[in-house]
Write a protein that binds this ligand. Structure first.
Ligand code: SAM
Length: 218
């Protein structure tokens, strides 16, 4: 069995009882960064072995994990934060396991996009999750122009502190002075949501060096 286990997006308390039980009882936990996941496993006295599965070893490690499933082992997949497969390499393993005929079970929990969307104050009945926009400016603006066609839906983006200013400048250029909710460090010590038009959110962001992880809602 391959379990897809959601883990906290910051606050270690945000994990289900069932997730902890599964992580204690599987044969191996595949995670992105073993140092990050070890903080969680130590906190909950989970002694299951960890093995790294991330962007740059996902082909070889994916084969190894499928071999374990073939031997009848139970494997849990977690990501650095939130729900595996959402803007992280989890999708590739999930796809290969399905193709190989293994059963996949979801152990649901936090994901940054739903947490941010639910407190944004924006309409939530229809939304488009874009995840990370392209890193290069030309491609980023092209994608934003395509997203502009979604006139009825709320748009949800992920962004890093290094690119948030550039991305919001491009949003301003393409969408104009549109309403934005910018959720930062959800469930963590410096958690905040800045709501306003694009110009005021940009001004607020420029006051100090952007830090932490961001979800942008348009
Ligand atoms: N699998 C994760 C999920 O379910 O949300 C997302 C992984 S993706 C590699 C990491 C991005 O998620 C960050 O760059 C940020 O945009 C967003 N994110 C994760 N944790 C967050 C948090 N606590 N506050 C705001 N954004 C967060």
């Amino acid at each position: 069995m391959l379990y897809i286990v959601s883990t906290p997006i910051g606050n270690l308390g945000d994990i289900t009882y069932r997730a902890v039980e599964i992580l204690k009882n599987v044969d191996v936990i595949a995670c992105e960064d073993t140092r990050k996941t070890r903080i969680l496993t130590q906190h909950y006295q989970i002694r299951t072995p960890l093995t790294s599965y991330y962007e740059y070893n996902k082909a070889a490690k994916g084969d190894y994990l499928l071999k374990l499933l073939k031997e009848g082992k139970n494997v849990a997949l977690v990501s650095d934060a939130g729900t595996p497969g959402i803007s992280d390499p989890g999708y590739t393993l999930i796809r290969s396991a399905l193709e190989a005929g293994y059963e996949i079970v979801s152990i649901p929990g936090p994901t940054a996009l739903i947490s941010a969307l639910s407190i944004s104050g924006f309409a939530t009945h229809r939304f488009v999750f874009e995840g990370f926009l392209p890193a290069k400016r030309g491609a980023r603006k092209k994608r934003l122009k395509e997203l502009k066609d979604h006139k009825e839906e709320t748009v949800v983006l992920y962004e890093s502190p290094h690119r948030i200013l550039k991305t919001l400048e491009d949003v301003h250029e393409v969408f104009g002075n549109c309403p934005i909710a910018l959720a930062r460090e959800i469930t963590k010590k410096f958690e905040e949501v800045v709501r306003g038009d694009c110009t005021s959110v940009l001004e607020c962001l420029k006051k100090t060096k952007p830090r932490g992880e961001f979800v942008v809602i348009l």
